[in-house]
Design a protein around this ligand. Structure first.
Ligand SMILES: Cc1cc2nc3c(=O)[nH]c(=O)nc-3n(C[C@H](O)[C@H](O)[C@H](O)COP(=O)(O)OP(=O)(O)OC[C@H]3O[C@@H](n4cnc5c(N)ncnc54)[C@H](O)[C@@H]3O)c2cc1C
Length: 497
């Protein structure tokens, strides 16, 4: 069943529902499902297209399926693009389908921030993870779709005795075409538009795409609804206006979109709104093999490993199409020809860390995100340490040389020489990129340090609830979509209706 919006969304209209949910990513879809299953009349408003517009082209993906056209950049320690998905399904449409449960030690830390409230403790979360994993068909990536890029990491980690292997993913129909980040062309990924939203719709939820919420309406000290503009999918021309009045307003516009909307609505004073941004920053190591790898074939980001000596560092496969891979290699002009020849034999691995560095999200006058992020020196060192181990893994797995998207670094056949060269570079030499924004409207017991309490309800504005990756009290250290779904499910199940 495909989730449906209004038959005709043009013109002006006013609607009354029990709950309006802003955003339809992992958070918005999970909370909508939970609330609709309980009998609430739910309306989901989503800025991006109602149906996927997948095409394996970066400009096309940016236009339709990335917030702000893929141009969100954090200033601070250099310029760091931050990717966030857009469309009915949010980030799950274009993500790599990696699914990790939240580590127990992270959830134990949350219980402390929540003043001893154990609702997200490991034992309470386990049944929700079991349920979501079954629904989304989450399982270990099968060997036949892994491809050589992933296999190099698996072989290398095994040779060095490091834990890891094929990643668990919500892609039960994966054919290994490597196109996840442009949307699955064969419907093999169990993105939330294919699983959670249809359940919500079967329980009466209306899911309206092409609807950008511009303001949260507050009356007599309570959130009572939202205003939205309906636009044409292609031209973005505004064709309708919607005023929704609701008993509960749930924001699930993501860790960039939720604080952006609150600041645009003049609600930046609801606590530390937009502060404490974490992004799981990192870098990557590329390996050059004697044999053909073709890193853009095989399950997207299908392998991982960890080094017990480096807690909070999570290396996993880098799967890049040829264009971005060439950009990462860097050279232009005559040197570019050499890069083309390297391309088929490259393998790659991302090094992602659980960050202590933080940033903040505000809104510009025209409603775009204004983002800053500052690295902590120790985080940069942890990335470098992870890159050293990753270089060793790639060499043990079959690479002859290693390199990295770090300004002026060069190519190395020896990991010690690679590490020594890396030690002389700082974060401004890194090619920065992040796609895991979180923690910008944190959950916590103390209203001076958190925007929402353990139930998801705003400390300072009755009627307002938040249920997306912005609520995490800390950085996770693992890819966030499954945690986002689980937390939003639990918020939706416990909300007073
Ligand atoms: C390229 C990429 C690869 C990734 N790979 C993985 C992976 O393999 N595994 C993993 O766990 N995580 C991955 N992630 C991260 C993961 O997708 C996100 O953590 C997750 O989607 C966050 O869910 P969310 O509901 O908080 O926000 P989102 O998924 O960002 O959803 C928010 C939704 O709200 C909509 N919205 C925003 N503002 C408004 C507004 N004003 N009005 C109406 N709608 C609005 C947006 O269009 C969007 O659809 C990846 C992300 C990207 C971009």
């Amino acid at each position: 069943m495909t989730p449906r919006g209004f038959a005709d969304a043009t013109g002006e209209r006013t609607l009354q529902v029990d709950v309006v949910v802003v955003g339809s990513g992992p958070g918005g879809s999970a909370v909508s499902r939970a609330l609709a299953e309980r009998g609430a009349k739910v309306l989901v408003l989503e800025e991006g297209p109602p149906k996927p517009r997948f095409r394996p082209s970066m400009p096309h993906t940016q236009r339709y399926h990335m917030q702000e056209g893929g141009l969100i950049v954090a200033r601070g320690s250099g310029f760091m693009p931050i990717a966030a998905g857009r469309g009915v399904g949010g980030g799950s449409l274009i993500n790599s389908a990696i699914c990790f449960r939240t580590p127990d030690h992270v959830l134990d830390g949350w219980a402390e921030v929540l003043g001893g409230d154990a609702r997200f403790a490991p034992a309470a979360m386990a049944p929700v993870f079991d349920e979501l994993e079954a629904l989304l068909g989450i399982g270990t990536t099968p060997d036949e779709v892994l491809g050589e890029n992933n296999r190099i990491i698996i072989r290398g980690a095994r040779a060095l005795g490091l834990p890891g292997g094929a990643v668990r993913r919500n892609a039960p129909g994966c054919a290994g075409c490597g196109l996840c980040n442009h949307g699955c062309p064969i419907g093999g990924k169990a993105s939330v538009d294919r699983v959670l939203l249809p359940i919500a719709a079967a329980h009466g939820a209306i899911i309206q795409g092409d609807a950008r919420v511009t303001r949260v309406i507050v009356e007599r000290g309570r959130a009572v609804g939202v205003e939205a503009r309906i636009h044409d999918t292609d031209s973005l021309e505004v064709v309708g206006a919607l005023t929704v009045r609701a008993g509960t307003v749930v924001l699930a516009a993501g860790a960039i979109g939720t604080p952006r909307l609150l600041w645009s609505s003049g609600l930046g004073d609801l606590g530390p709104v937009g502060d404490g941004l974490h992004v799981h920053p990192g870098n990557a190591v590329l390996g050059l093999c004697d044999h053909e790898v073709v890193m853009w074939r095989g399950a997207t980001q299908g392998a991982w490993f960890e080094d017990p000596a480096l807690p909070g560092v999570l290396p996993h496969t880098l799967s890049l199409p040829p264009g971005p891979a060439l950009l990462m290699l860097g050279p232009s002009g005559a040197a570019a020809k050499a890069s083309h020849e390297l391309l088929p034999n490259l393998c790659g691995c991302v090094v992602m860390i659980s960050d202590h560095g933080t940033g903040r999200v505000r809104a510009t006058a025209d409603g775009r995100a204004d983002v800053t992020y500052t690295f902590e020196p120790n985080d940069v060192q942890r990335i470098k340490d992870g890159m050293r181990t990753t270089a060793s893994v790639l060499m043990a797995g079959g690479a002859r040389e290693v390199m990295a998207p770090v300004h002026g670094l060069g190519r190395y056949t020896d990991v010690d020489a690679f590490t020594a060269a890396l030690a002389t570079r700082d974060v401004t030499d890194f090619t920065l990129y992040a796609s895991h924004p979180m923690s910008t409207c944190r959950m916590g017991a103390d209203p001076s340090r958190a925007v929402i309490g353990p139930t998801g309800e705003a400390h300072r504005l009755p009627g307002l609830v938040i249920a997306d990756a912005s609520v995490f009290p800390t950085s996770l250290g693992v890819n966030p979509q499954l945690t986002t779904m689980a937390v939003a499910t639990m918020i939706g199940r416990a909300l007073p209706l």
